[in-house]
Design a protein around this ligand. Structure first.
Ligand code: ZN
Length: 197
C-alpha cells in the first residue's frame, strides 16, 4: 500500500495529457527523490499561474490583466481579426511580421469526438468580439487538419449569417498542416493570398 499522500500526488499527475498510471508514478518518484527543488518550483509556478492568469477579455489568450498588451496597443490594425487555435499559432503568425491586425485565440478547436462543440469553445465570445463594429475582416487561421478545417467552416457560417466578412489562409499551408510546424515564409504567403469565404 502506498501512503495516501503519495497516492494523491500520482493521481494528480494523471491530469496531464497522455500520462497514465505508470508514467505518473515515475514522475512522482523523480520529483520527490531526484528533484525536490524542481518540484517546489513547479508547485509554486502552478499556484501562481492559477491565481494570476486569466483570459484576455478581447482576444481570449492568457494574460495577467483584463486586456492584454497586444489588444490594448494603438499600433495595431483593429479592422483585422485573425482567429487561431492556440497561443503557439499566434506566436507563429507574429513571427512572420506580415500581419499587424489583432487576434482571437480559440484555446482549442471543434472536436465532436472529445465533446468539444461550439458551446464548449465559447464561439459566442468570438462572435461578440467580431461584431464590435470595428472589425471588417475575420481571417480564419485554424490548422489545415480535419478538425481545424471543420472549425473554420463552422465559424465562417456563423460570421456570414451575421453579415461579417470571413477569409481563410490560402492553401500554401499543406493539407493536414499545423501552423506550429510551418515555416514563417509559407505562413506569410498564405496570409497575403488569403481568400474570401
Ligand atoms: Zn488580448
Amino acid at each position: 500500500m502506498l501512503p495516501s499522500t503519495l497516492d494523491e500526488l500520482i493521481e494528480a499527475l494523471r491530469c496531464l495529457p497522455g500520462v497514465g498510471p505508470k508514467s505518473a508514478q515515475r514522475m512522482a518518484y523523480h520529483l520527490l527523490q531526484r528533484d525536490q527543488r524542481g518540484a517546489g518550483r513547479l508547485a509554486t509556478a502552478l499556484q501562481k499561474s492559477l491565481a494570476v492568469l486569466r483570459h484576455c477579455e478581447r482576444c481570449n489568450t492568457f494574460t495577467e490583466s483584463q486586456i492584454c498588451e497586444r489588444c490594448a496597443s494603438t499600433q495595431r490594425d483593429a479592422s483585422l481579426l485573425c482567429v487561431v487555435e492556440m497561443p503557439a499559432d499566434l506566436a507563429m503568425i507574429e513571427q512572420t511580421q506580415a500581419y499587424n491586425g489583432l487576434y482571437y485565440v480559440l484555446m482549442g478547436r471543434l472536436s465532436p469526438l472529445d465533446g468539444i462543440g461550439p458551446r464548449e469553445l465559447k464561439l459566442d465570445k468570438l462572435l461578440a468580439r467580431a461584431s464590435d463594429g470595428v472589425v471588417r475582416e475575420v481571417i480564419l487561421a485554424t490548422n489545415f487538419t480535419n478538425e481545424g478545417e471543420a472549425t473554420a467552416h463552422t465559424i465562417s457560417e456563423l460570421l456570414t449569417a451575421r453579415g461579417l466578412h470571413a477569409s481563410r489562409l490560402s492553401r500554401g499551408v499543406p493539407v493536414g498542416g499545423e501552423l506550429e510546424h510551418t515555416d514563417s515564409g509559407t505562413i506569410a504567403q498564405a496570409l497575403v493570398e488569403r481568400r474570401a469565404l
